[in-house]
Design a protein around this ligand. Structure first.
Ligand code: NAD
Ligand code: G6P
Ligand code: MN
Length: 433
């Protein structure tokens, strides 16, 4: 049987993962799931872990759920390691979102200064996990959700010996579902050619039953009635002429780059009234854990779909299923470029449709991205690389360069102010600085 280890097991998303493994048990015989957390997350781990136990019991399956604070004990002989941890928890995210706003810069957990700092906190931890894996389960696959997932995958590829790493995100699934809804068809009939970077992915073309419907989808994207977005991103309609002009389907996160002023105004307004997204999620999480505590509950509650990461386990479980069973189906994942996008270095992480085999994802080459977006994608990739280097070295100047070259930060002067304030605010979670 298969041994799964989930790091950050106390996450409110864990029931999704458990549901995904239960649904696929016949073809994916998971025998052990080890949920790993840290002392700070002990209470969450217990509550969600007990729900996980009730879920497998209700399903009548011989899956053993283990709860532990000892990562090394859990990792021994694992087959798949999934990571969904949040260094500094939601309080740290609230700082990532709030501090940049003071300087009229987007405050977001995976873009701009917030994305940089989430990376600085997360990368040293993922590299420690990789070291443990090398020793304790060298043949295992690392399936990472921890954000910023693109930068984290890049860091693993560059700074660790682990080569069996895949980064995952629910944005591509979310785009596909949004398109299906706008066209009023079942999502299983829709296919999208995805390529780009994590949270910077484009649909190059879209098909309904194999026939291109890109024009229809572009028209739908300009309709304010179709909020094609994630729960955590304001869903402003796109300018139809702009989208027709680039000839691509953008993802929700592209609004931070192409609608920066509207998004900034919206963030300022909502952070002052209902709180930043982290603060909204803190309340959502409280409500979810109250539900999870109910000893009668033995399924994933539908309220979990209010989180931006809704359905992310669909991506995780399908990926693991296809690797284990050598399915050779197509899934959009974060993997080593290997020439699939010509203007991105071979060794960098990209998010792209891949054929999923037992040797891992094989990216489907696209040639190159259209010139209109190529530069932005390269700039974000440069930002991710410099940020990953700063996370590994703890070098101040490298961090300042990362902050300054991010397209959402207007100058070196403002970059330095934000950097200094955020380094101070996060110092407990940044031992390398
Ligand atoms: P969360 O705040 O609930 O954190 C999950 C758990 O991680 C907590 O229980 C916490 O105690 C634990 N943790 C913190 N540091 C740890 C460490 N060093 N080792 C082990 N556990 C540790 O977070 P969440 O909202 O459930 O999100 C989890 C992560 O997944 C975040 O990084 C988030 O950005 C990411 N995420 C990614 C996607 C995606 O599309 N890739 C979707 C949703 C969430
Ligand atoms: C999805 C993204 C994730 C992100 C999450 C935030 O859009 O793909 O990477 O972390 O939503 O959701 P939340 O509910 O935490 O705001
Ligand atoms: Mn994501």
């Amino acid at each position: 049987g298969i041994k799964i280890v989930t790091i950050g097991g106390g996450s409110s998303y864990t029931p999704e993962l458990i549901e995904g493994f239960i649904k696929r048990y016949d073809e994916l015989p998971v025998r052990e799931i080890w949920l790993v957390d840290i002392n700070k997350g002990k209470d969450k781990l217990n509550i969600v872990g007990n729900l996980a136990k009730r879920m497998v019991e209700k399903a009548g399956l011989p899956i053993d759920i283990h709860l532990t604070l000892n990562r090394r004990e859990a990792l021994k002989d694992a087959d798949f390691v999934t990571t969904q941890f949040r260094v500094g928890l939601l309080d740290a995210r609230a700082k990532d979102e709030r501090i940049p706003l003071k300087y009229d810069v987007i405050g977001q957990e995976t873009n701009g200064p917030g994305g940089l700092f989430k990376g600085l906190r997360t990368i040293p931890v993922i590299l420690e996990i990789c070291k443990d894996m090398e020793e304790l389960c060298p043949d295992a696959w690392l399936v990472n959700f921890t954000n910023p997932a693109g930068m984290v995958t890049e860091a693993v590829l560059r700074y660790s010996p682990i080569k069996k790493v895949v980064g995952l995100c629910n944005v591509p699934i979310g785009m596909k579902m949004g398109i299906a809804k706008a066209l009023d068809v079942d999502a299983s009939r829709v296919q999208v050619d995805f390529a780009g970077l994590n949270h910077m992915v484009f649909g190059l073309d879209v098909y309904l039953d194999g026939k291109s419907v890109k024009e229809e989808v572009i028209t739908a994207l300009g309709n304010p009635q179709n909020e094609m977005t994630m729960n955590n991103i304001a869903g402003f309609a796109w300018d139809r002429d702009f989208i027709k002009g680039i000839g691509l389907i953008p993802c929700g996160y592209h609004r931070y780059y192409f609608k920066t002023d509207e998004m900034l105004a919206e963030e300022k307004e909502s952070s002052a009234t209902k709180g930043t997204r982290a603060e909204v999620v803190q309340q959502l999480e409280k409500d979810l854990f109250e539900l999870y505590k109910d000893p009668e509950l033995n399924i994933k509650p539908p309220q979990l779909e209010k989180r931006g990461g809704a359905y992310y386990s669909e991506a995780a479980c399908s990926l693991i299923d296809s690797i284990y069973n050598d399915k050779r189906d197509i899934q959009p994942v974060n993997t080593r470029n290997n020439g699939a996008i010509a203007s991105i270095p071979d060794e960098s992480a990209i998010e792209i449709n891949c054929v999923i085999t037992k040797e891992g994802p094989r990216p489907i080459a696209i040639g190159d991205l259209p010139v209109a977006v190529r530069g932005l994608v390269q700039q974000i990739k440069s930002f991710e690389r410099v940020a990953a280097e700063a996370a590994v070295t703890g070098d101040y100047q490298t961090a300042l360069v990362a902050m300054t070259i991010n397209p959402l930060v207007p100058s070196d002067t403002i970059a330095k102010k934000i950097l200094d304030e955020m380094l101070e605010a996060h110092k407990d979670d940044l031992p390398q600085f």
